[in-house]
Write a protein that binds this ligand. Sequence first.
Ligand code: NAD
Ligand code: DAU
Length: 337
Amino acid sequence: MRNILVTGGAGFIGSNFINYILDKRDDYNIVNLDKLTYAGNLENLIPSERKKNYHFIKGDITNFELVHYIFEKYKIKYVIHFAAESHVDRSILGSEIFYRTNVMGTNVLLEVARKFEVERFLQISTDEVYGSLGSEGLFTEKTPLSPNSPYSSSKAAADVMVMSFYHTYGMPVLITRCSNNYGPYQFPEKLIPLMIINSINNKKLPVYGDGLYVRDWIYVIDHNKAVELVFEKGKVGEVYNIGASNEMPNIKIIKLILSYMKKSEELIQYVKDRPGHDRRYAIDSSKIKNELGWTPSYTFENAITDTIDWYLKNESWWKRIISGEYQKYYEMQYITR
Ligand code: NAD
Ligand code: DAU
C-alpha cells in the first residue's frame, strides 16, 4: 500500500483523478487535502467516499502545521499536487490568492515533503506557463517559460521552485504540463461548461474578442491516465507535456455545442476581450508518447457530446453551484462587459 497525499482532490481534475484511480487500484491509499474553495465540491467524490483507502481532510496547503501533521499521521511518501487557484479571469480580477496558494502553498508542500523524504512529488502544471504561440509551432518541454497572466505566472513560479528542490536537495520531483481539459465536474466558469449551461438556460454565450483564440482540448480522463503513468514510470527531474492534438478556435466549439443542443447561434454574444489574452496554445506530447507509451483514448467528437450529456443529466450538480457566491462573480465578470 502506498500512502499518497493528493491536494485539490475535490476540484475538477483532482476528483476525476481520485474516482478513476480508486476504481482500478487498491494499492493506493489516498489522503485528499482540499480547502473546499468555491471550486471544491465533495459531491464530485461520491463514488470514492466510502472506500477504505480514501481519506478526506478539509484544509489549506499553506498551513504548514496541518500539512506536517498529515505527513506524520498518514506516513505520506508520495505527493500528487493538483490544488491551485485555476481560473485566469479570476486572477485578473485579483492576483493575491493565486500567489498565496499556487506559490506559497507549493513551497509548504515541498518543505514538508523534503523533511519526510518523499519518494515522488508530482507537480500538476499547465501549458500556460509557456505563454502564447503564433499561428505556427507547438510547445515542447524545452520551450522557455513566458507566462502572461497572474495565474500562469504563479504556476510557472511554482514549477521553477519544484525544479530547484530537485537540483538543490535531490528531491524526486516530476512535472506534468497539460493543455485545456473538459469533462464532468468542471466548474461552470470555464469555457465549455459555461457555454453548455448558458445554452440550457437560453442565456447569452459571451465570446471574448474575435472568438478565434485557439486552445488544445483534452478529455479529463486522458489527462489523468497520463498523470498516473508519469507518477508510476516518469523519470525524476523531468517535465512531461500532455495534450491530445486537438486544437480548436473557441467559436468553433461554441457553435458545435449550440448545434448539438439544437439552440440558435443568436445566443452568441461577442464581448470585450480578456486582458493579455493568449492567442494560441498547442502541445507537442511526443515525449510522453515515445518514452512512456501514453496515447489519448478519447476522440473529441465523442467526448464532447458525452460531456454535454453529463451536464444535461446532472442539472442538480450545477444548479447548486450557480447560485450564491458564483452568481456574484458572474455579475462582476460579465454584466459590464
Ligand atoms: P479546480 O479549480 O477545479 O480545483 C482546484 C481545487 O483545489 C479545488 O478543489 C480547491 O478547493 C482546491 N484548493 C484551492 N486552493 C487550495 C488551498 N489553498 N489548499 C487546498 N486546496 C485548495 O482546478 P482544476 O481545473 O481541477 O485544476 C487542477 C490542477 O490542474 C491545477 O493545478 C491547474 O493549474 C492544473 N491544470 C488545469 C487544467 C484545466 O484545463 N483545468 C489544465 C492543465 C493544468
Ligand atoms: O491551458 C490549460 C489551462 O486551461 C489551465 O491551466 C487553466 O487552469 C484552465 O482554466 C484553462 O485556461 P483558459 O484560460 O484557456 O480556459 P478558459 O476556459 O477560461 O478559456 C478558454 C478560452 O475561451 C480562452 O481563449 C478564453 C475563452 N473564453 C472563456 C470564457 C470563460 C471566452 O471566450 N468566453 C468565456 O466566457
